[in-house]
Design a protein around this ligand. Structure first.
Ligand code: IPM
Ligand code: MN
Length: 350
């Protein structure tokens, strides 16, 4: 029987609630004859900073490296003062993950501004405008350094083209040909985006079956809203991808359903795109779907496509039926009720 060790970093706010729901779904999968899981729950986040003075303990990072995969809840990074630790940055750098994959797709039964959207943002996550290199010039001026390297750009581009190739096979019948759209602001960021685009073009040459195009970030944001069906895989530097993936989530079914995976050569971790939601923390009403779908992405990454399909299908079944929904989707179900419904749908599929 296949067994995986999962390092869980529940984090802050609704993080522990939604990772608990995802674990219940994974355990139901195991009971129904799927792979089984052991969990190492590790501290990280603002709560850990308050308790220990540092938000990302070395031991948590070591446990993440030792596990087969990592599932993360949410981190209240805005509350952590400079020097108090950078849990997401430390995870992304420490696990050498490089790029994040963030799919956005309309789901039957969930109201969304665009029924046509079916795209994936592949976003660099360790450098760019979020390099974490900032300094005060004097009392009245501050700088952030936008770092772009050929190595990180090339890795992210390769992940984007691999994602487009996999989608061409699996999903997306609307696109006859897979397409990667690289996003930039070359008119202003001549050196940094010049290097990024050069790396993307070099990788594109290895994928003649995938169409390659470029878009300015501002035009891309507008076109995603006006013509979402045009987009297949969007390749972006860190900050541009951060914004575009939230636009994608907004056009699809909202942050309650937005899953993501940060992928590297050796390690990977999976997390919902949403934040800690302090307004509903502790009430047991958070939508667990984004974390459950992140767990499905994790299973796909672990070489368990049937289990991933079953969980994604179970979430879709529950949403299509529409009886059990959390508040963000217009219902009044609790997280536990939504999780029970997903588990029942999962059992029906297995
Ligand atoms: C995300 C988040 C993080 C990021 C923040 C919290 C640092 O917005 O994962 O999208 O942009 O890296
Ligand atoms: Mn974000």
């Amino acid at each position: 029987m296949t067994s995986f060790s999962i390092c869980v970093l529940p984090g802050d706010g609704i993080g522990p609630e939604v990772t608990d729901c995802a674990r219940r779904v994974l355990d139901a999968l195991a009971l129904a004859g799927g792979p089984s899981f052991t969990y190492q729950v590790q501290p990280a986040g603002h709560g850990t900073f308050l308790a220990d003075g540092y938000a990302m303990p070395e031991s948590s990072l070591a446990a993440a490296k030792a596990a087969d995969a990592v599932l993360l809840g949410a981190m209240d990074v805005a509350q952590i003062p400079p020097g108090g630790g950078d849990p997401l940055g430390d995870m992304r750098k420490g696990l050498e993950v490089g790029a994040s994959i963030r799919p956005s797709r309309a789901i039957a039964g969930v109201a969304s501004p665009s029924a046509d959207i079916d795209c994936v943002v592949v976003r660099e996550v360790t450098e760019g405008l979020y390099s974490r290199i900032e300094y005060m010039v004097d009392d009245n001026a501050a700088c952030a350094v936008r770092v772009i390297t050929r190595e990180a750009s090339t890795k992210t581009a390769r992940l984007a083209f691999e994602t487009a190739t996999a989608r061409q096979r699996r999903l997306n019948p609307a696109h006859k040909k897979g397409r990667v759209t690289a996003v930039h602001k070359i008119g202003v960021l001549k050196l940094t985006d010049g290097l990024f685009l050069e790396a993307a073009r070099t990788v594109a040459a290895d994928y003649p079956d995938i169409e390659f195009e470029t878009r300015n970030i501002d035009a891309c944001a507008m076109e995603m809203i006006r013509e979402p069906a045009h987009f297949d895989v969007i390749l972006a530097t860190n900050a541009f991808g951060d914004i575009l993936s939230d636009i994608g989530a907004g056009l699809a079914a909202g942050l309650g359903l937005a899953a993501s995976g940060c992928i590297g050569d050796r390690w990977a971790y999976f997390e919902p795109v949403h934040g800690t939601a302090p307004d509903i923390t502790g009430k047991g009403v958070a939508n667990p779907c984004a974390t459950v779908l992140s767990a499905a992405m994790m299973l796909r990454h672990l070489g368990q496509p049937d289990s991933a399909d079953a969980i994604e299908g179970a979430v879709e079944d529950v949403l299509a039926t529409g009886v059990i929904r959390t508040g963000d989707l217009g219902g009044n179900a609790t997280s536990a009720q939504m999780t029970d419904a997903i588990i029942a749908a999962l059992e029906a599929r297995l």
